[in-house]
Ligand binder design. Structure first.
Ligand SMILES: CC(=O)N[C@@H](Cc1ccccc1Cl)C(=O)N1CCC[C@]12C=C[C@@H]1CC[C@@H](C(=O)N3CC[C@@H]4C=C[C@H]5[C@H](C)C[C@@H](C(=O)O)N5C(=O)[C@H]43)N1C2=O
Length: 112
């Protein structure tokens, strides 16, 4: 978390990237498993989705939310979005976590 940022939501989710060649969802950072995914709000009004893998502590996602992002809820526990040739997927541990995170992202999007 950079200075001037605060977490306005955190959930556990598996962070995935879609591999167009193999047509498969691959774990971001190459290691299967859950990450702690935060939605950070910056004092400058911007938002980032940042996730750290629970075992490796790697940063597996560091995504600045652009105005007008199409955040797609494919299923109650799998949400996804496209940005610059990348497709991100969040596979949540529960429908509750998914709903909490989705509400936070949609709340952020409506301020952009
Ligand atoms: C117009 C457009 O871009 N549309 C995108 C979706 C989108 C819409 C609007 C805005 C943005 C985006 Cl991104 C699209 O359709 N895309 C983006 C790339 C891939 C895909 C294309 C085809 C396949 C077909 C099926 C589905 C898929 O991938 N789904 C379904 C749910 C299901 C849930 C969980 C995961 C699980 C973790 C592993 C695996 C499993 O279940 O084994 N799996 C899945 O199979 C997961 N696809 C897609 O999402």
């Amino acid at each position: 978390m950079a200075d001037g940022e605060q977490s306005i939501g955190q959930v556990k989710a598996i962070v995935l990237l879609y591999d167009d060649n193999s047509k498969k969802w691959m774990p971001s950072g190459g290691v299967q498993g859950f990450s702690l995914v935060h939605l950070y709000e910056n004092v400058n009004g911007s938002y980032r989705i940042v996730g750290h893998h629970c075992q490796t502590r790697q940063v597996v996602i560091n995504f600045s939310i652009p105005k007008g992002l199409n955040y797609h809820e494919a299923t109650p526990t799998f949400h996804q979005w496209r940005f610059k040739q990348l497709v991100y997927g969040l596979n949540f541990g529960s429908e509750e976590d998914a709903a909490v995170f989705s509400a936070a992202v949609k709340g952020a999007l409506c301020t952009l």
